[in-house]
Design a protein around this ligand. Structure first.
Ligand code: SAM
Ligand code: DTB
Ligand code: SF4
Length: 334
């Protein structure tokens, strides 16, 4: 079992990232096996409950009102549509249902509508995850009271590169929201995006920020930028796929008991790269033909990929308890 550390230094992360590829992947896979069933992958389904017209200016995002993207905007979905999508996700084998809204933050009125969605989706036996932008302490507590299992809020990149991507809210705003979520007792889902033109040093700093939080996020989504025409980051030089796999491997080593999600960007990846990422320690994906607004691999394709690799979906509630060495002890406890 590897030690749960919160004192990572950027130099040691860079030196790990620069190891020969086989050495790095072997080390990451060894850590992965000590903490998880290496052939089980957690499966989440995403639904955009409110699409487009977002006041934030995130340079990667097709939903920002600051960019000229051909996107049909939608109001907050009614409860029955959310329930139908959740039932559908459950029947297709998802264990967690994630709902995302293009908001800077939810209003208290909207939060009550979201609470109904959490209660409804939970009643189907699914785990719930929400990503709604910034949250106050009181809002996080309200979501917890409604039974929310996970809240997704990404740091996105390093503190140094951040200002080149987003100007309408600060890195500290994000850290504050994560603290509110953690203190409310909701599981934290937080990660970032690669392939935005950042350096390896930025990737190391992002992982350092995540791993040195007071508690490792239970779930760490690593997105590969989905380039959308009309966003400022469209046309960015794509990241070397091996560099992507290296970053996944480092995330696995640094946050050994967390779920590392191979998140957005899979539609642009080969099956071979995805297999490499699963070997490197990724053990969660979004399943379903659509992410929030952009395409994801077809369900049929993912089913076949799992079959070809001998991977099975993780059961809800099974997560993190599969370590052969920890005897069912909560391995997330730092
Ligand atoms: N509006 C909320 C917020 O930003 O906090 C929640 C939804 S937002 C779409 C959730 C995350 O999706 C972002 O933090 C970002 O990491 C990721 N994301 C958005 N657009 C993306 C893209 N084009 N490629 C990869 N990841 C993206
Ligand atoms: C995360 O880290 N990735 C997901 C989720 N959190 C909400 C979102 C990816 C969005 C990709 C662009 C889109 O489909 O709009
Ligand atoms: Fe809005 Fe979230 Fe997109 Fe940023 S990432 S523009 S906050 S929807």
């Amino acid at each position: 079992m590897s030690e749960i550390r919160h004192d990572w230094q950027v130099e040691e992360i860079l030196s790990m990232m620069g190891r020969p590829f086989n050495d790095l992947l072997f080390a990451a896979h060894t850590v992965h096996r000590a903490h998880f069933d290496p052939n089980a992958v957690q499966v989440s389904t995403l639904l955009s409950i409110k699409t487009g017209a977002c006041p934030e200016d995130c340079g990667y995002c097709p939903q920002s009102a600051h960019h000229d993207v051909a996107l049909e905007r939608e109001r907050l979905l009614p409860l029955d549509e959310v329930m139908e999508a959740a039932r559908n996700a459950r029947s297709h084998g998802a264990s967690r249902f994630c709902m995302g809204a293009a908001w800077r933050n939810p209003t208290d009125r909207n939060l009550e509508r979201v609470v109904e969605m959490i209660e409804g989706v939970k009643s189907l036996g699914l785990e719930t995850c929400m990503t709604l932008g910034m949250l106050s302490e009181a809002q996080a507590a309200r979501l917890r009271e409604a039974g929310l299992d996970y809240y997704n809020h990404n740091l996105d990149t390093s503190p140094e590169f951040y200002g080149q991507v987003i100007t309408t809210r600060t890195y500290q705003d994000r850290l504050d929201t994560l603290a509110h979520v953690r203190d409310a007792g909701i599981n934290v889902c937080s990660g970032g995006i690669l392939g935005m033109g950042e350096s390896r040093h930025d990737r190391a700093r992002l992982l350092q920020q995540l791993a040195n939080l007071p508690k490792h996020p239970e779930s760490v989504p690593i997105n590969n930028l989905v380039q959308v025409e009309g966003t400022p980051l469209a046309g960015t030089e794509p990241l070397d796929p091996f560099e992507f796999a290296r970053t996944i491997a480092c995330a696995r080593i640094m946050m050994p008991a967390s779920h590392v999600r191979l998140s957005a960007g899979r539609a642009g990846m080969t099956d071979e790269l995805q297999a490499l990422c699963f070997f490197a320690g990724a053990n969660s994906i979004f399943y379903g033909d659509r992410l929030l607004t952009t395409p994801n691999p077809a369900e049929n394709h993912d089913r076949q990929l799992f079959e070809r690799l001998g991977i099975h979906p993780m059961e809800a509630g099974d997560e993190g308890a599969s370590c052969e060495n920890c005897g069912g002890v909560d391995i997330h406890a730092a």
